[in-house]
Design a protein around this ligand. Sequence first.
Ligand SMILES: Cc1cc2nc3c(=O)[nH]c(=O)nc-3n(C[C@H](O)[C@H](O)[C@H](O)COP(=O)(O)OP(=O)(O)OC[C@H]3O[C@@H](n4cnc5c(N)ncnc54)[C@H](O)[C@@H]3O)c2cc1C
Length: 462
Amino acid sequence: MDKNVRICIVGGGPAGLSAGMYLEKKGYENYTILERLDRVGGKCWSPTYNGRRYEMGAIMGVPSYYAVHDVEEFCGITHDGPKLNRNYKNAEGKVIEPFEPKKNILKIPRLLKMKKQIKKLGEILETKYKGYDVNGHRGVAEGRYDGFSQASAKREPIKGENPNLKDLALPFSEFCKLNGVELTQDVWIGPYTSFGYGYFDEIPAGYVLKYLDFQTTMNFVKVNLWTWKNGTQYIWEQLNDHLLHPARLNSKIEKVERKDGKVFVTVNGKVEEYDKIIVTAPLYIPNKRADGQVGMVEYFDAREDEKELFSKIDYERYDVLAVETKPEDHPEISYYVFDNMTKERLGHLMVYYRRWKDTKDQVITTYALRKHKDTKEIPYDECKKMVLDDLKTMKNPASNVVNEWSVYYFPHVFSKDYAAGWYDKVEAMQDKYDTFYAGEIMSFGDMDETAEYSRELVERFF
Ligand SMILES: Cc1cc2nc3c(=O)[nH]c(=O)nc-3n(C[C@H](O)[C@H](O)[C@H](O)COP(=O)(O)OP(=O)(O)OC[C@H]3O[C@@H](n4cnc5c(N)ncnc54)[C@H](O)[C@@H]3O)c2cc1C
């Protein structure tokens, strides 16, 4: 593509900002990033409390976050945050050690079986499901892999046929059953469901395993994780500061019209002309949201194929509270509450995070999901009350809520559409209307997968 092509990027989160970085690295300097809010980072939001930043959104990374590492190198920063650690409680607030055989004598056979199945899953992912862990979902529904290997920072392009990959369209619980590895869910559920990515009986295995590939899951098990002292938002603020063209904040896009090979964007009342547009903001939001965010189909001159495909997208209702506690009620560490990670316990507290080891003068953040594909959404206030009650049960009651949000989280499609080739249809539309689709829906809802997708998009099309 002509290096002078005028590119508009919608969204100043990890996907949009890294698209800017990778374009720049490839010699495309004529780009503009439009961000609707007065800050960059999107779901990496790290406000300040008593002089230190805490996390309302993204918290951690793993050593295989190669794209995030590219950003760190570009900006001269590193993952210098507090070490993560956690314990476990049951729904009654009792501390438990679910994976410690000595503390669960009766469960020893199950734990041994689980260990065997984890090994088996590791093996079949490398053999039967070869190619499962490339970024994005191109070809999966047709039994192909086509992407960049995530096995090392080099990210070599790889491509091949593997009909078994079609199994990735199954809900993860069914995928596990098919392969006789049901008990692996006991381990995968911690960094999956409690992190807001839905339940294993509703989410296609493709999402679960591309995010929690074997290596990443083992990093979670060993707590070999990255955090950032100034919060994950700092990564993206730094990137924004290092770009030739930092994001234009408070950009209200009223209309996007694509005609005659040009893209006309009406932003804050003025029409701007571009040649290409990359959308990293939500493509479709099925309901009205309190934060006023809408999908691109609402403000673009959306074509029939865009409307039809994007209308299949759903997202998670994931709620975060930041609470103060009295010093005597402060938890000594972060806790997972596995009992609450089932759809029967929708709306309950699944995990709570204590960030700093050295002080009780900090907020604790809590996490809950309030929708399953087959259930009615639990209203926001009801869920908030349940979480605050749960904190009391955990013997860490909140004295005050200092921050809260219910974020548009982890857009995805369900098994039927995944199996019917939703991703290949959308990939085939890339550049069709001088428009590229990036951000979470195209890969997965974490910082690295979205930044990596932007890297590959630039690699493939620019
Ligand atoms: C509670 C929580 C915990 C998380 N934990 C982790 C974690 O530990 N590790 C991890 O890797 N990831 C985590 N994530 C996920 C991670 O933050 C996201 O996957 C990532 O931020 C996605 O990047 P994105 O750029 O695709 O989207 P976003 O971060 O959502 O950014 C999109 C941007 O587009 C802007 N926008 C929207 N509409 C418009 C419009 N019309 N015009 C202009 N701009 C618009 C938004 O304001 C936003 O800035 C977490 C997220 C949350 C909320």
